[in-house]
Design a binder for this molecule. Structure first.
Ligand SMILES: C[S@@+](CC[C@H](N)C(=O)[O-])C[C@H]1O[C@@H](n2cnc3c(N)ncnc32)[C@H](O)[C@@H]1O
Length: 214
């Protein structure tokens, strides 16, 4: 069965999207998308031969070789045909931005991203690259929060706070901010008391998070 985390990404795909899943690894998301008839076909890729082999094995097991086209290669370089939507999940923000720092990114209409870290950098760089945030959602699974962000082609201005906390998430997810607040408190408790400026910086963030949780 597909994890709740990956299912939440599947829910963001429309049947008209021409999708490339970059860093597919096991290829389970692509397999699910065609088996559940959300998509007729999908291209999935991985830079790592071993990872792609596990994907190919699953594709064969589920008998969807004619619908899931698995390719070995780096990021957007694997697809020459018309792709308008990419999924990138389970990678760090800097790797994701490296992948998207490619001329083909300008031809994409939608980026569906579930990054492991640094959502601020991701929002900041991609909104500067000519994408706006059309959707954000939060998934909780096995003690972790995962953030889905959909970027679509277009310009919109964001405040720094929106880029840090998410223009949708910052108003809608009290539980998430309770969780972040606890994490922030733990960070502050671990800073040596003489590092006053660092403590003050984190306290300022803590104050803002407290406001969001009310
Ligand atoms: C942690 S797995 C995530 C798998 C799946 N997307 C998920 O969310 O469960 C990350 C995968 O991305 C692949 N990867 C990393 N950099 C890549 C790149 N530049 N192009 C294609 N695949 C890449 C890795 O080889 C690895 O298999």
């Amino acid at each position: 069965m597909l994890s709740k985390r990956l299912k939440s990404i599947a829910g963001l795909i429309k049947e008209t999207d021409n999708v490339l899943d970059i860093g597919c690894d096991h290829a389970l998301l692509g397999i699910y998308l065609v088996k559940s008839k959300i998509l007729d076909s999908i291209i999935v890729s991985d830079i790592n031969e071993k990872a792609l082999k596990s994907g190919l094995k699953n594709i064969k097991k589920h008998k969807v070789q004619d619908k899931v086209d698995a390719r070995l290669g780096n990021g957007l370089e694997v697809a020459d045909e018309h792709i308008d939507t990419v999924i990138i999940s389970g990678l760090g923000a800097s790797n994701i931005l490296k992948i998207l720092n490619h001329p083909k990114t300008k031809d994409l209409k939608k980026l569906i991203i579930q990054a492991n870290n640094d959502h601020f950098m991701l929002r900041r760089v991609l909104t500067l690259k000519g994408f706006y945030i059309s959707h954000e959602s939060l998934v909780y699974e096995k003690g972790h929060y995962y953030i889905n962000i959909v970027f679509e082609k277009g310009k919109r201005k964001y405040t720094r706070k929106e880029l840090i906390y998410g223009p949708f998430l910052m108003y809608a997810n009290k539980d998430y901010y309770d969780f972040l607040l606890k994490k922030k408190k733990a960070i502050i408790d671990n800073i040596p008391k003489y590092k006053i400026i660092t403590i003050l910086k984190h306290k300022k963030d803590e104050l803002f998070l407290k406001k969001l949780t009310k």
